[in-house]
Ligand binder design. Structure first.
Ligand code: SF4
Length: 433
């Protein structure tokens, strides 16, 4: 019997990565084998993103490149998942005639209902154990979003907030730990709204406590937090629980209140600063990441400068910067896209340079420090891992460090990553001299 193979391609955020992992897991359990060669696949899954125009363009390119595959193997099934799948299926079929199935974001059950079952020569459906053994796993815990920021398609494509009950999540995390995961990142577009729709209204703090009990899991992270609703209880859980890592992702998007209002973000910059202050007060040594958009329709030079000033004042560890791109169907789409691309790029470069300088300064304070690093694998011949504060660290070692948490001494720092040596190796070398 010829093997049934699937190929999966993912673009976009961690939620999409998590959805792709779940889809791949379900395909393997159904008897499919994953292939990295698209031309070998019987089923091609494209997990798409429409949060930025550039992500959509990548999908258009990918679908175009599949024309040759469809010509040579017309039976190959192409399934499109993710945020580019909107309810107007007729329009999608017209735009993407090569695609056989359109699957709403994260709907793995519908995906599995769309692909043919794999059977052996006796007609028995096959099941395979999952082979996903990644050290660091994503676990979606709240789907969708209720906020409707004016620039964002997520609530239209992923629906309203829906939380998964704690017992189900604990089971999932236990399964991941059994497969080799040492770290889990709990995911939600507004993760701190976890549990609002569940009986008894457990919150993210309760979930952190429950996941903390899972044996084998050493680290817990979560993202993304909505600023105005971050509670002290959640922050205190991070401070109290040894496995909860001191890293918070809390987007602010713009440093000017008029722009924030136009974005419908639901808070002022003063409120955002208050949240950052509380995060730092309650969690000692915390690192903070944020998201910023430049070139939102109507953003003046002065308004952009206020964003620059806020970042200068707050000195956040990581700043993800995006140039605004209009998304059809959103409120902001009606405002057009009046700021020219080269002006958006200029603002982007200014924030990028500022971020490089500030992050470089923050990280330089770690030179010579000893940090615990959980190693995930290799990159360009070095072992790659992260500190509890989510700083990327590279070390040389002849041993396989995958899945190990080891103390390292930081030997070189930069804005984006650091070099280090295993602390024990250095002490041994010192002893032998
Ligand atoms: S909070 Fe705003 S930006 Fe974030 S997913 Fe919801 S609508 Fe989009």
């Amino acid at each position: 019997m010829a093997q049934s193979k699937f190929y999966i391609w993912t673009v976009g955020c961690q939620m999409n990565v998590a959805d792709s992992n779940r889809a791949a897991d379900a395909m393997r359990q159904a008897g499919y084998t994953q292939t990295q060669e698209v031309m070998d696949a019987n089923v091609v899954i494209l997990n798409t993103c429409s949060v930025r125009e550039s992500a959509e363009r990548r999908t258009w390119g990918k679908v175009g490149a599949l024309a040759r595959l469809k010509q040579s193997s017309p039976d190959t099934i192409i399934a499109m998942m993710g945020c580019m799948v909107h309810p107007d299926r007729a329009l999608l079929h017209r735009r993407f005639p090569l695609v056989d199935h359109f699957i709403p974001a994260g709907d793995v059950d519908e995906l599995m209902a769309s692909v043919p079952p794999v059977e052996d020569e006796w007609g028995t459906q096959l099941y395979q154990l999952s082979s996903d053994s990644s050290v660091s796993a994503f676990v979606p815990v709240v789907m969708g979003c209720n906020k409707f920021c004016s620039f964002c398609v997520v609530p239209y494509r992923r629906g309203r907030e829906r939380s998964i009950p704690i017992p189900e999540l604990v089971q999932e995390v236990k399964g991941l730990a059994a497969q080799g995961a040492r770290e889990v990142t709990l995911l939600g577009q507004t993760i701190n709204h976890y549990g609002r729709d569940l009986p008894g209204k457990p919150d993210l703090g309760d979930l952190l406590h429950a996941v903390h009990e899972v044996e084998g899991i050493e680290r817990i992270r979560f993202l993304t937090s909505y600023p105005r609703t971050m509670t002290d209880k959640i922050l205190q859980a991070v401070a109290d629980l040894p496995k909860a890592c001191e890293h918070i992702n809390i987007p602010f998007q713009a440093g000017d209140n008029t722009v924030l209002r136009a974005m419908r973000r639901g808070y002022t910059i003063e409120q955002y600063k208050e949240v950052v202050g509380r995060v730092r007060d309650i969690i000692p040594g915390v690192s903070i990441a944020t998201d910023v958009i430049v070139g939102f329709p109507g953003e003046t030079e002065e308004q952009f400068e206020r964003t620059y000033e806020v970042l200068e004042e707050l000195r956040l560890d990581v700043v993800h910067i995006a140039a605004y791109s209009p998304r059809p169907g959103t409120k902001a789409f009606e405002l057009g896209d009046p700021i020219p691309l080269d002006e958006k790029q200029r603002r982007f470069r200014l924030l990028d340079a500022q971020h490089e300088r500030i992050s470089g300064e923050i990280n330089s304070a770690l030179l010579g420090a000893c940090e615990d690093v959980l190693f995930e694998g290799t990159q360009r011949g070095k072992w790659k891992g992260r500190t509890r504060t989510n700083k990327l660290v590279f070390v040389d070692s002849p041993e396989d460090l995958t899945g190990k948490t080891l103390p390292v001494r930081i030997t070189q720092t930069g804005a984006w990553s650091m070099q280090a040596e295993l602390a024990e190796a250095r002490e041994l070398a010192g002893a032998s001299i």
